[in-house]
Design a protein around this ligand. Sequence first.
Ligand code: HEM
Length: 397
Amino acid sequence: MTISQNLAVPAPRTGCPMDPSPAYRESTKDASIIRVDLPFGDECWMVAGYEEVRSVLTDRRFSADATRPGFPLVSAELKALAAASRSSAEFIDEQEHLRRRRMLTPDFKAKRVDALRPEIQKLVDEALDTIIADGGPADLMAAFALPVPSAVICLILGVPYRDHEFFEERGRVLLDYDASPEEMATARQELMEFMYKLTLAKQEQPDDGLISQLLETGDLTVEEVTGSGLLLLLGGHETTASMVALSVLTLLRHPEQLDLLRNDPSLVKGAVEELLRFLTVAQHGLGRVALEDVEIAGQLVKEGEGVLCMLSSANRDDRMFANGDTLDVTRDARGQMAFGYGLHQCVGQSLARAEIQIALETLLRRMPDLRLAVPFEELKFRDGSGIYGIKELPVLW
Ligand code: HEM
């Protein structure tokens, strides 16, 4: 039996919970591309340098289609989905992906999102009013970081917020690498049914939400609108919630950076960009598969081989961001890739930025003495999740 010398992914965070797994850094310190072992016995390439990640994500010779043989499957969910969809054509090809993406993009452009800022501000203030009225300590994750983006995406889509616990719980199972394939299949099925029923109801009784708008175009079937609606609902809450909670914690752990931000709230936009870079919550990378032979950093990647693009390593690449491991809310972090890059770059990034900016600015203004209510060592993080996060964030103010 040969024992693999490759790094096994996903690798745990054995160092500081605010830093990416040190194993990723260690294994890629002398090479921008390495061979790694995947959880299901396969191998693939891992690309870690900023330039290299960016070039893979913009190169049309790589596909994001997870049903293609060789695509690096890091979670049981993706594996089960890929197997199921080989027969049901559930995953869409790049052309079809582009067509559907174009329909969603206008609603998430910066201008449209700016118009939503007062609504977001209202939701942020209401959540804080409740927390302050109830008195501390409060779990900032459950009472603030999660409900705000959840309510915002519900508002945009026309999903009743009263169903939030239903979709939040199942959405979390889908991101959890430790959930069994059965648990994932059930969560997924229930979410599909939920969104399908809702889409049918919108067909009967349209409102001014995005689901109704997509139906009105007449260009998409009910199934397609269901798929897009679900993608946005799931993509739109846990990611942003994690970023809000982890950003607060990171600032509390870097009091000099927190002071800078408190003393000059105009820094908030840049600070959010820096926190996105520093934290890179899509922690275990983005999968792609080579459609033909391609050379990356002198290494031949053969047609059909998988590549994991490590956003977390790229975002801390010293060649792009000097002292990449240092949090500096005054740095110019534009160009960071927490939202991916290229064809599949996050549709909701303007919305996410607005939500995190408003949440942080308001929180720091209204809770000038914000602090952890438990020792840092007692906090529990979402290690086994595609999106890194924190389970609870107990605070006082
Ligand atoms: C801080 C919050 C967020 C982070 C870190 C994040 C991260 C990402 C990343 C890394 C991708 C690229 C996936 C790939 O290339 O394979 C992505 C895609 C996507 N995100 Fe986000 N996201 C966030 C918030 C949101 C929000 C608020 C929405 C919905 C309104 C959203 C909807 C989507 C969708 C629909 C895609 C798929 C785009 C495509 O395949 O063309 N995301 N996101």
